[in-house]
Design a protein around this ligand. Structure first.
Ligand SMILES: NC(=O)c1ccc[n+]([C@@H]2O[C@H](COP(=O)([O-])OP(=O)(O)OC[C@H]3O[C@@H](n4cnc5c(N)ncnc54)[C@H](O)[C@@H]3O)[C@@H](O)[C@H]2O)c1
Length: 237
């Protein structure tokens, strides 16, 4: 039997390689630890490891679902002074504010590039795209100031092309992608658990609903409708 990415998501019993295991503190609730396996490690690590956001910097995160909210929190923990969240859903932007965004842009109402350039006085030091769309990746490049660093976290469709112009390569901007937070999960997961338990990393707010396995399709439906940051499936045994 093939296992999805060697882990078998949603299986009630797993046989996994020792390389995919990490020992965690016993006082960490497993319902919150579940967030760390992918989305939180990816977003936090993109900000802390891959981009190395600096204190006092300006940051934009486009797409504040689970990964984007984690990138936003990584930027806050790293000491960013201004963090702009961009999304199409007002309730996602409200949650982003509660988790550390200093400014928000509703891309369903405002042209996001100009809005972010105006809010930041000419562009951000660190841009993050956390959706996986060519158009928003291009927007993130344009929001990043000369000398800034643009990090693509979203997974773009295979074969997608990003429409870039010569002007995007002026001004010594740096572009990079970040996979799984760019660190070692044996180091990062225990570190992020310490961040959660000492109050720096806020995971409770990121769980929109907790459901039994029988309602897993409801969780997928609400994810598809864009209603939730994260749904957590709990197992009875
Ligand atoms: N790099 C990695 O290692 C890695 C790991 C895991 C996930 N990912 C990728 O990260 C991306 C985000 O994952 P997620 O789980 O947070 O998704 P999500 O669906 O929870 O969040 C996406 C957010 O983007 C918003 N959005 C959609 N279109 C938009 C637009 N045009 N402008 C502004 N906002 C828009 C949605 O409202 C939503 O809040 C996906 O592409 C996923 O595949 C990457």
């Amino acid at each position: 039997m093939n296992q999805f990415v060697n882990l078998s998501s949603f299986a009630e019993q797993l046989l996994i390689n020792q390389n995919a295991l990490v020992k965690i503190r016993e006082d960490m609730p497993l319902e919150k630890a579940a967030l760390l396996g992918c989305g939180v490690t990816t977003g936090m690590g993109a900000a802390i490891n891959s981009a190395q956001v600096t204190p006092g910097s300006k940051v934009v995160v486009i797409g504040v679902g689970g990964v984007g909210l984690a990138a936003l929190q990584g930027a806050r923990i790293s000491g960013a002074a201004q963090i702009v969240a961009v999304d199409m859903h007002g309730h996602k932007l409200e949650l982003a504010k509660r988790l550390g965004a200093t400014d928000v842009v509703d891309a369903s109402k405002d042209e996001p590039v100009q809005a972010v350039l105006d809010l930041t006085g000419g562009g951000v030091d660190f841009g993050f795209e956390a959706i996986g769309l060519p158009e928003t990746t291009r927007q993130m490049f344009s929001m990043t100031r000369s000398g800034g660093l643009a990090t693509v976290v979203g997974i773009l469709p295979v074969g997608a092309e990003i429409p870039m112009t010569g002007a995007d390569f002026m001004g010594s901007k740096r572009y990079q992608s970040s996979m799984m937070g760019g660190g070692s999960f044996r180091v990062e997961v225990p570190r992020y658990i310490d961040f959660y338990l000492n109050g720096q990393l806020r995971l409770d707010e990121m769980v929109s609903q907790t459901l039994p396995l029988e309602r897993i399709n409801d969780a997928f439906d609400s994810m598809t409708r864009g209603e939730v940051a994260r749904s957590v499936i709990v197992f009875d045994s």
